[in-house]
Design a protein around this ligand. Sequence first.
Ligand SMILES: Nc1ncnc2c1ncn2[C@@H]1O[C@H](COP(=O)(O)OP(=O)(O)O)[C@@H](O)[C@H]1O
Ligand SMILES: [Mg+2]
Length: 422
Amino acid sequence: MIRKGGSNWVDGENFFDRKTDLEALEERVREGTHTLLTAQRRMGKTSLVRELQRRLAGTGEFEVVFVDLEAATNPADAIAEISVQAKSVRAAWDRIKTGFANLVRSAGGRIEELSVADLRVKLRAGIDAGNWPQRGDAIFAALAESGRPVVLAIDELPILVNRLLKDEAGRVTPEGKREADAFLSWLRKAGQAHRDRLTLILSGSVSLEPLLEQAGLSAQANIFSPYDLKPWSEETAVDCLEALAGSYEIGLTPEVRREMCRRLRCCIPHHVQMFFVRMHDHLRRADRTVATMEDAEQVYLHDLLSVRGQMDLEHYEGRLETVLGRAGYPIALEMLTETAVKGRLDGDTVKRYRAHFASDMEDATPTVEDVLHVLEHDGYLERSDGGYRFVSGLLEDWWRGRHGGNFESAVGAQRRGPGADR
Ligand SMILES: Nc1ncnc2c1ncn2[C@@H]1O[C@H](COP(=O)(O)OP(=O)(O)O)[C@@H](O)[C@H]1O
Ligand SMILES: [Mg+2]
């Protein structure tokens, strides 16, 4: 029985469909192909990888390790995190821990009693800016020789790369570039060295490719074969809503379910789940169990797009700010608002933005091209008729509501030039 999804990843019974994606990724793992899993936020990347690993571990043929680098600020942190998560592979862990003299010395026979947090701190103390590549090599070797083939998932790697590359204003620095280059080329070599015993799956909530392009490091990702995770089809989303309605014993007719999906336009699993959660709350408040078409409209306009509904969507802005930095974010803000307010961003307007933002920006800040690249890659905008439009109806409506109020385009209006009648 499927339960409602919150904001964290889901697996097992709560994981809906994604059959072809699971099959494709399993095939890659069995063939020893390293994967770069890309998709915009909330598409279900983490859930997909977790569920894949759960199933593969269940066959008894594979060992699985899941590493989240969200909190890592440098390569040494990343290696410490991989080490601590490798604990789930017994044979490898026995070798890894003896490699850390400081750990053995301080914890002695009580290593196994340490909490993950303590272990992380102690492992980290044995890794520094000079020895992380050797430490990393030793851990990969231990994993590769653990008996069963290992599926090593590294989530949020792009966040780390972004942190390494850029200063606070979001500019790529020469030093940052050197450090990111060193880490990625180490990862690439390690991945190649153990190809048949260890498969890597990289993923993250911002795209790696535009980052690497910006820094001229694209070649570092070429051992990873990209896999683009798509939104659910309307059919799948409608089926998921039916399954959820069944679990919570509420009535959603096919017509209502289709209307919900039509509103979203792009069926990002998290948005489908959010819509269901709000609908369920709405019916409960109204003391009813069957939803009407009006309910679908009401919940969309007043709950999903409400202040409370926005909490989930604010993450989107946060991530954009992270990737584009203080210099690039205002450009994105302006262009997204223009697109939401006008319904599209046409080619001429893009040209005007190019001229506008080129004039008063220093070097090394993201260009309009860089920003558009990120917006397209991260699933905000898609090309249409020589211009751009929002992919998701929900995101578009929300963005308009939040930023569109007193919006005056910086470039959209010749009307505001001299002689304009205002
Ligand atoms: N296969 C799925 N079945 C049901 N819900 C899903 C599925 N994939 C994603 N979701 C919903 O989307 C949310 C975000 O999923 P997550 O895996 O964290 O996405 P990402 O890692 O791409 O940001 C989950 O909390 C869940 O509500
Ligand atoms: Mg995730």
